[in-house]
Design a protein around this ligand. Structure first.
Ligand code: DX5
Ligand code: ZN
Length: 221
């Protein structure tokens, strides 16, 4: 079964408590928190207080995705706020290896996210040190975009290398995940799926999470 990590980015923030409680009681494995700074991406979302609020609402792993410049400035504050996974962007630093090691040192899962325009092979030399790769399947900044077709081959290339080297690095797909592409993403080698608007625009978010959780891998064409 895939790991499902719903993103609260498109939740109704006047009812954030209810959204977090719904996720806590649902089959969601992780809770994905999209932090945007208006500089690395052309949008601002939320920051540390929202991660703290999520921490008070659930014991599930908090999957924090930092779309910010100089992410290392905020590793410790987000860890203290309750993050279990911290993922920074490969494009946001000249020193990805040093940053991965900083994350390990503070006791969180170390993640790297990669934009659609960056070659996934850029991560190959770092693979031993990465717990989690977020493959962006849209250009980051906004929820509700359509998944880019190139995503499937990007997943396969990463998965092939991870398997060849006997590593347990997880591949998480972020952006435009819906029921219609979930099975193909898993078949291509994804371990975890983020879903934002698909869950929060659904009439029944709990059932929508369940439907993603029960996706069965099919042969990718
Ligand atoms: C995009 C964010 C995603 C986004 C996913 O910049 O990183 O996590 O919220 O939302 P959907 O599922 O609506 O594409
Ligand atoms: Zn995200």
């Amino acid at each position: 079964m895939p790991i499902i990590s719903p993103s609260i980015l498109n939740a109704d923030f006047t009812k954030l408590g209810e959204a977090l409680q719904m996720l806590d009681e649902s089959q969601a494995d992780w809770i994905h928190l999209d932090v945007m700074d208006g500089s690395f991406v052309p949008n601002i979302s939320f920051g540390i207080p929202v991660v703290e609020a999520a921490r008070r609402s659930t014991k599930k792993p908090l999957d924090v995705h930092l779309m910010i410049v100089h992410p290392e400035r905020f590793f410790v504050p987000f860890q203290k706020a309750g993050a279990d996974h911290i993922t920074f962007h490969f494009e946001a630093t000249p020193y990805p290896l040093a940053l991965l090691r900083q994350l390990k040192k503070i006791g969180v899962k170390a993640g790297i996210a990669i934009n659609p325009s960056t070659d996934v092979r850029s991560l190959f030399t770092l693979l031993d040190e990465i717990d989690l790769i977020i493959v962006m399947s849209v250009y980051p900044g906004f929820g509700g975009q359509k998944l880019l077709e190139q995503t499937f081959e990007r997943i396969s290339a990463l998965k092939k290398e991870i398997d060849k080297r006997g590593l347990s690095t997880l591949i998480e797909i972020d952006g435009g995940v819906i029921d219609k592409n979930a099975d193909k993403l898993i078949s291509a080698g994804a371990d975890a799926l983020v879903a934002g608007s698909f869950v929060f625009s659904a009439e029944n978010p709990t059932a929508t999470i369940e439907s993603l959780k029960n996706v069965i891998a099919v042969n990718a064409s």
